[in-house]
Structures are given as C-alpha cells and as structure tokens.
Design a protein around this ligand. Structure first.
Ligand SMILES: *Cc1c(COP(=O)(O)O)cnc(C)c1O
Length: 333
C-alpha cells in the first residue's frame, strides 16, 4: 500500500520499536517516568524554553495550551483554517468557554497583523477579553516567514497578548528554512509539536513553554484525561524521532517537489507544493474514478477537486515513481 493521505499514516520503524521496548518507565502521573522526563527535557532544550509536557495527541495539546492561556470568557485570535479552530471539534469553546475570533489568513499562511489589531477588543463589558494570538507553522504546508514571526512577536508584546504556535509540523518549517528550531520558537510563549506525523512516532505530542505555564498545563492535562502512566513506552518513540528523524524531513520535501514536477509533466495542474505537501486540481467529474482507480492500484489518496498529497518516511522515490505511472495511465485513458 502507498498511502499519500497524510503523514500521520507512518508506522514506527524497527529501530523505533526497539527504543520503545528498551525504555525505562515509571508512573508519569507521579512524574516518575524517566523516558517521559528525558523527552520533555530534550524538547524544551531544542526550543530554548524552560519546560515541556508530553500529551497523547496534538488536539489535546492545543486544547490544554488554550486552557492554560485563556480563562472562561476570554478569546483567542486564530486563522479561519487553523487546526485549533476548525478541526478540533470546537474544543476550546465547548470545553473551555474560550471564544475563538477567527480571521482569514493571507495566502502565505500568516495572519496579517493589521487585521489582528482590528479584532482586539477594547476593555469594555460588552466584549470578551482578547488574550492570545494563535498561529500555525506550517499552515497547509506553508512555512511562516521568520521576519513575520519576529514582527508578530513584538506586536503581541506591544498589545499585551500571549502568542501560541501550533507547530504540529514546525520541524518541517525549521528544516525547510535551514535553521535551528529555537530560531523559530524564540518568537512565541508556547508551542505544540506533533511527534506522530512526519517524525514517525505512533502517538504523542508536546506542549512547550515557561515553567509556570507548563505547571498550569499539567493540571489541565490531568482534567482532560491526558495523565498517562507508563507513558515512557510512547515517549521513547518520540525521543527516538527527535534524535533520528528530523533532518530526514528534507527527503520528504525533496520527494514532494519531485512529485509535483513529475505530475506537471503529466499535464496535472499542481497548484502548490510546500514542504511535504502538494495540492493538485482534479476535474470534479474525475474525482470518484481517480480514487477508485488508485485504490485498485494499492494507492490511497484523498481525491478531491483539490487533492492534497502528503509525503512522509513510508513513501520513497520508487513508490512515487509508481504513483506517477498510474497518474499518467489514468489521465491518458
Ligand atoms: C495534526 C494536527 C494537529 C492535531 O494532531 P492530532 O495528533 O491529530 O490530534 C494539530 N494541528 C495541526 C496543524 C495538525 O496538522
């Protein structure tokens, strides 16, 4: 099976499973799991922040992040298409009584600061209190420019807002920008990172920030049901991923660029290619047939009028060659 639906479909490698098997563990609710502690320390150090917290999913990490920044009746400014607004079942509003104030992102994935400024509410009983600006990096595969991050950071200081980054794929951004992670994370108060996407771990996310922020987050994680016991088994996979699978993300980016080029040569309208994602226009009347044809060829694709294709460690160049041949065969018939 060649699975191009997402980079979440990766399966842990043999070496990662060995690391999981050999991990020393303890009860992490007591803070006793040495592998969880090692992962948290290592991640905090990579971000040049004081502390980190291991959580089962990115969705829970983003929810706990928002709950730890905003109280009931406060709001966060966020992109219309951001995961922690659109794709997390409204958790911040439902579970946290935190009001989202969504705005449209610019084509480069940034939230224009003049538009953000226009949505900050004055101190008035009619309004929710604006507390937080939430950005996403990468956003639909797009890397937020570092100079934008720097200006968003100084803007947030001037306006008294906290700044959170949903960095589910922030390592893709760092690798694409050829910089160290801390060069990006210096411009935020908190960030979340997914270990279970292109980094290849089976589960796990991190929330990273100051010591006092993470100690608040620890209580919210418990309330959300994210206090796991011998979680070192999972943390070992995450630690392995951070130590072995970061620089190889460049292969995924190169594969996505190569595939975009090949599909264009087959006549496909590849509307965008950024980091490990490409977006291909498929005529509406071919969507269903494409999906069926590809699944018959053991290729999984979320076929749509704009089909998102994601590269990851479990698809190599040879697999993509096969995809190109099948693409050509389908569209030439
Ligand atoms: C995948 C993703 C998440 C959520 O991660 P899960 O582990 O699937 O809950 C959050 N934000 C972004 C941008 C993501 O891509």
């Amino acid at each position: 099976m060649i699975d191009l639906r997402s980079d979440t479909v990766t399966r842990p490698s043999f070496a990662m499973r060995e690391a999981m098997m050999n991990a020393p563990v303890g009860d992490d609710v007591y803070g006793d799991d040495p592998t969880v502690n090692a992962l948290q320390d290592y991640a905090a150090q990579l971000c040049n922040k004081e502390a980190a917290l291991f959580l089962p999913t990115g969705t829970q990490a983003n929810l706990v992040a928002l709950l730890s920044h905003c109280e009931r009746g406060e709001e966060y400014i966020v992109g219309q298409g951001a995961h922690n607004y659109l794709y997390e079942a409204g958790g911040a509003a439902v579970l946290g009584s935190i009001q989202p104030q969504p705005i449209d992102a610019a084509p480069d994935g940034t939230l224009p600061l003049d538009k953000v400024a226009a949505k900050i509410k004055p101190d008035d009983v009619h309004f929710a209190r604006t507390r937080l600006l939430s950005l996403e990096n990468t956003h639909n595969g797009k890397v937020l420019p570092v100079d934008y991050l720097a200006s968003a950071w100084s803007f947030s200081r001037e306006r008294g807002l906290a700044l959170h980054i949903d960095g589910a794929r922030i390592f893709n951004a760092a690798v694409a920008s050829q910089c160290e992670l801390h060069e990006l994370t210096q411009y935020c108060d908190s960030l979340t990172i997914c270990l279970s996407k292109g980094l290849g771990a089976p589960a796990g996310s991190l929330l990273i920030g100051s010591k006092s922020y993470i100690s608040r987050a620890l209580r919210w994680r418990k309330m959300c049901g994210g206090g796991m016991r011998q979680a070192g088994i999972l943390a070992a996979a995450g630690l392995y991923a951070l130590k072995n699978n970061v620089t190889r993300l460049q292969d995924d980016h190169d594969n996505a660029a190569w595939l975009a080029q090949q599909l264009r040569e087959c006549g496909a309208d590849v509307t965008r290619q950024d980091t490990n994602m490409l977006f291909v226009r498929v005529p509406q009347d071919k969507v269903q047939a494409l999906s069926e044809y590809f699944s018959h060829k053991q290729i999984l694709l979320n076929a749509a009028p704009v089909t998102r294709i994601v590269t990851h460690p479990d698809v190599d160049r040879e697999a993509l060659q096969n995809v190109v041949e099948n693409w050509r065969a389908f569209f030439n018939n």
